[in-house]
Structure formats: structure tokens, C-alpha cells
Write a protein that binds this ligand. Structure first.
Ligand code: SF4
Length: 102
């Protein structure tokens, strides 16, 4: 499942510096993040960034071995408000999707 985030999430995740967020256009920041492989998409109209995923479809912050969220304390708002509570604290609430089966 693609994870959509806002600038505040990117700052919390330490992907964007607060100074950069204040002084750079979101479009320029999106260009940099895209170049670095950190986002897949930027919606200019709503200033929403879509985090990049691995080829497996997993979130880039998901530990591939034990399936816990490696940025749990700083996870994006969309993950915090996901209606499904994760299996246990520290773990990602999103289920694994086999993109080959979709
Ligand atoms: S909870 Fe963590 S691993 Fe899961 S989608 Fe959010 S940032 Fe990614």
C-alpha cells in the first residue's frame, strides 16, 4: 500500500530539514527526494508525497526480516491513523501485499 505523507511527516522522518522545508519550494524538495529514491510521486495540487516502496511493494521503512517498522516513533501520520492497529507496538499496521498476485 503506498504511503502518502505531508511535509511535516518528512521532517519527522528526518528526510527533510526544517530549514529546507521553510526555504525551498515543495517541488524542489520533491525533485531531490525523488532523485534519492525516497519518494515515488509528488502531488503538486495537494503537496502530498508518496513514499517510495521496494520492488516487493513493502514500505522502505519496513524491516524485511521481522516486519517491524524501523521508524515507528517517527512514523507518518497516515500510519498512526490507519484504522487497523498493528500486530503489536513497533510493528507496521499494513499487511504484506504480494504484488505479483495483484
Ligand atoms: S508503519 Fe512504518 S513500515 Fe509501516 S508503512 Fe508506516 S512507515 Fe512504513
Amino acid at each position: 500500500m503506498p504511503v502518502e505523507v505531508k511535509m511535516a511527516d518528512l521532517i519527522r522522518l528526518n528526510l527533510v530539514d526544517p530549514f529546507e522545508a521553510e526555504h525551498e519550494e515543495p517541488k524542489q524538495i520533491a525533485k531531490r527526494l525523488s532523485k534519492e529514491g525516497l519518494i515515488d510521486h509528488f502531488n503538486f495540487k495537494n503537496s502530498i508525497f508518496t513514499l517510495a516502496r521496494r520492488s516487493s511493494g513493502d514500505c522502505q521503512f519496513l524491516d524485511a526480516k521481522d516486519r517491524h517498522c524501523t521508524v515507528y516513533a517517527n512514523r507518518p501520520s497516515t500510519c498512526r491513523t490507519h484504522p487497523q492497529v498493528g500486530p503489536k507496538p513497533g510493528f507496521c499496521p499494513y499487511g504484506h501485499i504480494d504484488i505479483k498476485a495483484v
